[in-house]
Ligand binder design. Structure first.
Ligand SMILES: Cc1cc2nc3c(=O)[nH]c(=O)nc-3n(C[C@H](O)[C@H](O)[C@H](O)COP(=O)(O)OP(=O)(O)OC[C@H]3O[C@@H](n4cnc5c(N)ncnc54)[C@H](O)[C@@H]3O)c2cc1C
Length: 592
């Protein structure tokens, strides 16, 4: 019987909300997903792709914990590519272009068929709080629903404002309503501090109006590699149909059009003035910041097998529609491109994540968890990673069991959450391999070896699957010990196989020596805490640091390496480079 009492309520059906509600329901808790629009569950409002540098590793981690993103990507993917393949396996990053419509439909089906999970299409407008503990929610139609734990995953919807050039209107995404009263409730009922960020998305065009003959084709890998540990790789590779993306470039005319109309952009004319993601810059930012570049890459990515709609990756913009048309039509192959959706910028409320514990529960209100873009991150994978952890911990809290916190040397997900709750954010946070002190040991190939024990212990990996995983791990140990007798057949190892055992053995053997050195470096970083940065150290002159890092260091002017390390966006690798520069400066001063 459906009543108004649940163990866990999840608000929001984006990537964070989907993983959170599936995790909670699969752990046996009565779970309700409240979302504004069931048809837009797991919608990809930005690029139709999952994975990429460091993000691909996170998808493999979600999968090893028993999450859904990798499995759905394998089903809905239409172009698979392992990025960084020319470099070492430590930074190999799987990425897949997805059929956006199929992705959403497959995820809806997973949710709808999940035992213990109800879905309701209605917005939550208020949180019920008693004695600093959340007790439930009130919906837009006045329904009161109680729960032991509540997880909020409302993405860009809180007080969302959309901008196309000089035009402005309320919206959580272009054609969806923003959530105003829930943001007020977070402030007034929960006492949480709220701040604002901006992000933007590129235009989508009609593929029939594109001249692909002048563009460079970007085919997928052959054979493709799936994301999920549980995908039947042989069958999947035989049946997977892939399509290509296309590479084009902006040119000097495009740049002139943007320069001449920069005041038309909501990102420059003072309308959307909250901080945006510097690592995912708008085309306006690229033209203003990188004046020495006379062209920028754009990738044309198909949005679905069933439509001709094409996403223009790299053309994020807050410009008005006329300028968008002019600049697009100045690009070779896009002279006659017809728009289906204009690019736009969005400004929204987020909750500074230093107000959270490592479990993603708020420090102020117990049993209230936050996950996804509401915590100041950007990206589907970052959202889903937080979603699964919030779902697991909200469930464990109800069960009164020890909660799960992943360490920095265990998973990118651990790094993500540790960075958010300890350093906070001053721009939308996205994951990079350079944020990881231990990136040689937290690779995409070994996510199962790192995390499947946890997934099984909390009940997200079935006993039957875990048995096969254990056999895989034992077989790997035999190979390390050079034992070649009685090795299992592929059938017994399925979905793992002997080829995977061999590959894992080769990769981990290759990294053995480097991993020891990595430990030494990580220990060094811990020791740097109190090391003073000389006042006369010129950050700008350190060529190994990125432009963004130099700007941040100049702005904050930290006194110690420990303080520098705590600046949002400063990575462990930056600290190593800074230390080298300090040593160099001190040697040159001693020599005088
Ligand atoms: C314009 C735009 C540009 C973006 N640009 C980038 C980018 O450059 N790079 C990048 O990596 N990512 C980008 N993204 C971000 C990426 O889409 C998000 O990071 C990711 O989807 C966030 O996932 P989420 O689950 O936190 O929230 P979302 O995917 O936003 O999902 C939020 C969900 O909450 C629901 N909801 C909201 N309010 C309520 C309520 N009161 N009650 C019930 N349900 C509610 C919504 O209906 C929706 O289903 C962009 C997103 C947008 C909209």
């Amino acid at each position: 019987m459906q009543n108004n009492k649940y163990d866990v309520i999840v608000i929001g059906g984006g990537n964070a909300g989907c993983e959170a509600s599936l995790a909670s329901a699969r752990m046996g808790l009565r779970t309700l997903l409240l979302t504004q629009n069931v048809d837009s569950i797991a919608n990809m409002p930005c690029n139709p792709a999952i994975g990429g540098i460091a993000k691909g590793q996170m998808v493999r981690e979600i999968d090893a914990l028993g999450g859904e993103m990798g499995f759905i990507t394998d089903k809905a993917g239409i172009m698979f590519k392992v990025l960084n393949k020319s470099r070492g396996p430590a930074v190999w990053s799987p990425r897949a272009q997805c059929d956006k419509k199929l992705y959403s439909i497959f995820m809806q089906n997973s949710l709808i068929s999940q035992k213990n999970l109800d879905i309701l299409q209605v917005a939550a407008t208020k949180l019920l709080v008693k004695n600093n503990k959340v007790t439930g929610v009130i919906t837009k139609i006045g329904e009161e629903i109680s729960a032991e734990s509540v997880i909020i995953t409302t993405g860009t919807f809180l007080n969302g404002k959309i901008f196309v050039g000089k035009n402005e209107f309320d919206g959580g995404r272009f054609s969806e309503m923003s959530s105003i009263s829930l943001s007020t409730s977070l402030k007034d009922d929960c006492g949480l501090e709220i701040q604002r960020f901006t992000t933007c998305t590129p235009p989508r065009i009609n593929g029939d109006s594109v001249d692909y003959s002048v563009m460079t084709e970007q085919p997928g890998d052959n054979p493709p590699m799936p994301f999920s540990h549980f995908t039947d790789i042989k069958k999947w590779q035989e049946s997977k149909k892939q399509i290509s993306c296309w590479l084009v470039y902006t040119n000097e005319t495009t740049h002139k059009i943007i320069q001449n109309n920069i005041d038309d952009s909501s990102l420059y004319n003072g309308l959307a003035d909250a901080h945006g993601p510097r690592y995912c810059p708008s085309i306006e930012d690229k033209i203003v910041r990188y004046t020495d570049k006379n062209r920028h890459q754009l990738f044309l990515e198909p949005e679905s097998l069933s439509t001709k709609e094409v996403y223009i990756n790299g053309l994020f913009t807050g410009l008005g529609e006329k300028v968008q048309k002019d600049l697009l039509h100045s690009i070779k192959g896009l002279e006659n491109a017809r728009f289906i959706r204009y690019g736009y910028a969005i400004e929204y409320d987020y909750v500074p994540p230093t107000q959270l514990k490592h479990t993603l529960e708020t420090k102020k209100i117990s049993n209230l968890f936050l996950a996804g873009q509401i915590n100041g991150t950007t990206g589907y994978e970052e959202a889903a990673s937080q979603g699964i952890i919030a779902g697991i911990n909200a469930a464990l809290k109800v069960l009164d069991k020890e909660q799960v916190v992943l360490n920095r040397d265990e998973a990118y997900i651990g790094i993500l959450i540790d960075d958010l709750v300890t350093k906070g954010v001053d721009e939308p946070y996205r994951m990079f391999t350079s944020r990881a002190e231990y990136r040689l040991s937290i690779r995409s190939d070994n996510a199962d070896l790192r995390l499947m024990d946890i997934g099984h212990r909390i009940g997200l990996i079935s006993d039957a699957m875990y048995k096969r995983f254990e056999l895989y791990r034992e077989t790997l140990a035999k190979i390390y010990d050079k034992e070649t007798d009685n090795l299992p057949e592929d059938e017994a190892l399925f979905p793992w196989n002997m080829q995977k055992v061999q590959e894992e053995f080769e990769i981990s053997s290759k990294y053995k020596g480097y991993i020891n050195r990595q430990e030494i470096n990580a220990n060094k970083i811990a020791k740097y805490e109190n090391k003073r940065i000389p006042k006369n150290l010129d950050f700008k002159a350190i060529s190994s640091l990125s432009r963004e890092t130099k700007e941040k260091l100049e702005k904050i002017n930290p006194e110690t390496l420990g303080q520098a390390h705590r600046i949002p966006g400063i990575t462990p690798t930056d600290i190593v480079f800074l230390n080298i520069a300090i040593e160099k400066l001190s040697r040159s001063q001693n020599a005088k």
